[in-house]
Design a protein around this ligand. Structure first.
Ligand SMILES: [Zn+2]
Length: 341
């Protein structure tokens, strides 16, 4: 038996020297170290060997096993390093080739303006509050004091979904109701940015989708003076400390009184040019004191609480700033346009 172990060791090591690849090593491993290998059987059979022979035989069998394992590991390491050497020689990297330039993306011009607007309001203590693009008619219209006969309800202005009473929001104002119902009776200072949708003839001046940034402040003792002061402070941060502003009376169903804010034309500094249609003023946003009905719909007692709201379009502001003449450029995905910003 001892003699057989010697032979087995010689055979095994000789065979191993001939295994030249990973597959050969695996086959060898099964043959000499596997479950049904001869060496395994000898080790298993030690129980049946006489007590006198057992220690010497067991010692020798284990020596052979360790020799096999060590030789196999050595062999595997040699093969791995041979593969690496070969790869280094055949897959050599030419360091002198110029690198490939990475295409670096950037923010969409409307997003740039939107983020700037949001950042200014954040400095002034307004949180961003996001609400859904798909709304019920109740949130989009009725709760904002826009009854069924109002012109804004005309089906030509609105995308209706196949679910009755569910529409793509035509403005960010439904978010006012959501945030009021979530926060009442706590005071609110939020901006609500997002995409809005209208069923319109697409032209240089109107698109079927556009961004809006809505703002809402609700609390006790909020006055029209707060509205004017806050919006003027915003305009100065957005368009420069020296910019002149003016408010013009207007009408929105969800505010009373309502006003539009103009800023001095930043193209001609108020002297008159084609961008401002020779008026010297650019219309920037709509605003007003939150209508008592809307406050009540949001869960605030209009006798106790008041607030102001405003809304502006990042695309319109971007167009004025960069003198972009066609609103369709924003969503046309034309890199010649987008790469200018
Ligand atoms: Zn002008």
């Amino acid at each position: 038996m001892l003699e057989r172990l010697h032979e087995l060791e010689r055979e095994g090591l000789r065979d191993l020297a001939q295994a030249t690849d990973e597959e050969g090593l695996q086959t060898w491993k099964v043959k000499y170290l596997g479950r049904s290998a001869e060496l395994g059987r000898i080790l298993d059979g030690l129980r049946t060997v006489s007590k006198e022979e057992r220690p010497a035989l067991g010692k020798r069998a284990n020596e052979v096993k360790r020799a096999f394992e060590a030789a196999l590991e050595d062999r595997q390491q040699r093969q791995a390093s041979a593969r690496l050497t070969q790869a280094l020689q055949t897959e050599r990297i030419d360091m002198t080739l110029p690198g490939r330039r990475l295409a670096c993306g950037r923010l969409h011009p409307a997003t740039q303006t939107l983020r700037q607007i949001v950042a200014i309001w954040a400095e002034m203590g307004f949180q961003v509050y996001r609400s859904r693009d798909v709304e019920t008619e109740a949130y989009n219209f009725e709760l904002l004091n826009i009854p069924a006969h109002h012109p804004a309800r005309d089906m030509w202005d609105t995308f209706y979904t196949t679910t009755p009473g569910v529409v793509l929001r035509t403005h960010t104002s439904p978010g006012q109701i959501h945030v009021m119902r979530a926060r009442a009776p706590e005071p609110i200072r939020v901006v609500l940015p997002g995409m809005c949708y209208r069923y319109e003839q697409v032209s240089a001046r109107s698109e079927i989708q556009f961004n809006q940034v809505e703002g809402l402040a609700v609390g006790r003792n909020i006055t029209f003076g707060d509205l004017k002061g806050t919006l003027t402070a915003f305009a100065r941060r957005m368009f420069g400390q020296q910019v002149q502003t003016r408010f013009r009376a207007s009408h929105f169903p969800f505010t009373e009184p309502s006003a539009e804010m103009d800023v001095e034309c930043f193209v001609c500094s108020g002297t008159g040019c084609p961008v401002c249609k020779m008026t010297g003023w650019l219309e920037i946003l709509g605003s007003g004191m939150v209508h008592p009905t809307v406050l009540a719909n949001g869960g605030y007692d209009p006798e106790e609480f008041s607030g102001f709201a405003f809304g502006m379009g990042p695309e319109r502001i971007t167009m004025l700033r960069h003198r972009i003449e066609d609103i369709r450029s924003f969503w046309a995905n034309d890199l010649r346009f987008l790469e200018q910003f």
